[in-house]
Write a protein that binds this ligand. Sequence first.
Ligand SMILES: NC(=O)c1ccc[n+]([C@@H]2O[C@H](COP(=O)([O-])OP(=O)(O)OC[C@H]3O[C@@H](n4cnc5c(N)ncnc54)[C@H](OP(=O)(O)O)[C@@H]3O)[C@@H](O)[C@H]2O)c1
Length: 239
Amino acid sequence: MNVKDSIALVTGANRGLGARLVDQLLDAGASKVYATARDPRGIASTVSGDARVSVLALDVTDQSSVDAAAKVATDVTLLVNNAGVLGFGSALEGDLDLFQRDTLTNQIGLLRVSRAFIPILTANAPGAIVNVLTLIALAPVVGMAGYCASKAAAHSITQSLRAELRDNDIEVVGAYPGGIDTDMLAGVDAEKAAPEVVAERIVAGVVAGQTVIWPDDASAGASSVYLGDPMGLERVLAG
Ligand SMILES: NC(=O)c1ccc[n+]([C@@H]2O[C@H](COP(=O)([O-])OP(=O)(O)OC[C@H]3O[C@@H](n4cnc5c(N)ncnc54)[C@H](OP(=O)(O)O)[C@@H]3O)[C@@H](O)[C@H]2O)c1
């Protein structure tokens, strides 16, 4: 999709990857970006000071919040479902309340926002939905079982949306990063890509018309294992 002159909306744009995605969309020539957050006061002034940025409240788990945002942002052509949470825990012992929170945010929240904006994207077509998933949606790592399951479900929803929107002139794109150096992984000792780099590669992938984006070196390397031998990736990530 041509990002230049697009009108984008990014969820979870107040920090981490979402904030960098706003920067990259602006750099790529988006004519407007709705930078949304649960608490819009958290949107950095460097971003909100740009005349092309509109700041909006949007909690992906709250239908009335999503509906209110969709009432305002009726000109969107590019929806970026970035908001996410990670509750640590194993499949056997992890806190099920955290598993549920991850599901409600990462799977149902993504779908809730997509459903609200699909009529808008269809009316303004051509357009795109970009879902920020993760490499570990495709095979889990130890200690993040609920998160991985919620992202695996979001990966499946992405595939369903792609099929169901085939005739709406809406591309449905999945991005599958490896570890990123944001608050989400603070304290975890792992290889992490800079969020600026991941955001830049996601936007470049959208511009290049990629349906599946591996936006960092670790995920690009792992993708060839996954594509050749899905069980091989499962063995690698399970340690
Ligand atoms: N970090 C990684 O290693 C990594 C790797 C692969 C994929 N990802 C994915 O990348 C995306 C961005 O994560 P990040 O690394 O930037 O993490 P982050 O720094 O923890 O940021 C998460 C963002 O999601 C927002 N959010 C959480 N719940 C929300 C809700 N109910 N409604 C609206 N916004 C909500 C947060 O807003 P608040 O400030 O209000 O909490 C924050 O803006 C996520 O989908 C994540 O799963 C991350």
